[in-house]
Design a protein around this ligand. Structure first.
Ligand code: RET
Length: 248
């Protein structure tokens, strides 16, 4: 008669997921609509940014519908004791599918703004994908090896932050005041927010310190700032900038 302890099946949490889904959907249409007012050659950043909120809208649709998650054992009360199987937590793997698509696009927004060389763009996207995949694998691993994956992910993030705050800023400032200002605003927002994601992971998927309802709020606020608010700031910042100046 093994006993399984289930925790935190969200009820009210779903409303919040629907609300974020609605915001992401609305922003997708706004970003695309703003793009339609411009000639095709001037729509690069509208298309990239709208794709980001579009993917997020679908991910939030999944989570609001209580899909895209799997139960993972996070605590063993008495390891090896067949009487107690442990405590499991709902791990939303759909977040990582979202991030795998959207974080490279967010970096493309920033790297293209700074007119970075293609080899750097390619490499930062690859490192970003490593960061997301290590986060996913770490979230699914039951043992404390999960923190090994977490460490690899943090190393990847450190590289990304270094490229953004050092190389990126230098490149953007060389392109003029307007480009420099746009990159500094959007790059700083990104740097501050992205550092909070591993902290959220540590107290949710990693350490199981806060409940899945709190996780929904934590990641939700981060996602709203990192996608729609970031996107609005970026598109606004590009208002007076001719993409031809960035080699686009
Ligand atoms: C993980 C865990 C492994 C270590 C690190 C992580 C960082 C994740 C980040 C995610 C950013 C997501 C964004 C989503 C858009 O809305 C995978 C949590 C460093 C930085 C910007």
């Amino acid at each position: 008669n093994g006993r399984t302890v289930d925790i935190a099946i969200t009820v009210r949490g779903s409303d919040w997921y629907w609300a974020v889904c609605a915001v992401m959907t609305a922003c997708t249409f706004v970003f695309l609509g703003l793009g339609m007012t411009k000639p095709r050659q001037h729509r690069v950043f509208h298309y990239i940014t709208a794709s980001i909120t579009m993917v997020a809208a679908i991910a939030y649709f999944s989570m609001a519908s209580n899909l895209g998650w799997t139960p993972i054992d996070v605590e063993f009360l008495r390891p090896g004791d067949p009487e107690v199987r442990g405590i499991n937590r709902e791990i939303f793997y759909v977040r990582y599918i979202d991030w795998f698509i959207t974080t490279p696009l967010l970096l493309m927004d920033l790297m293209l703004t700074a007119a970075m060389p293609w080899p750097t763009i390619l490499f930062i996207v690859l490192v970003d994908e490593i960061m997301i995949v290590t986060g996913l694998v770490g979230a699914l691993v039951r043992s404390s090896y999960k923190w090994g994956y977490f460490a690899f992910g943090c190393a990847a993030l450190a590289y990304i932050v270094w490229i953004l705050v050092w190389e990126g800023r230098r490149h953007a400032n060389a392109l003029g005041n307007d480009v420099g200002r746009c990159f500094t605003w959007c790059g700083s927002l990104t740097t501050m927010l992205w550092i909070l994601y591993p902290i959220a992971w540590g107290v949710c998927e990693g350490g199981n310190v806060i409940s899945p309802d709190s996780e929904a709020v934590f990641y939700g606020i981060l996602d709203l700032l990192a996608k729609p608010v970031f996107g609005a700031l970026l598109i606004w910042g590009h208002k007076g900038i001719d993409p031809a100046r960035l080699g686009l």
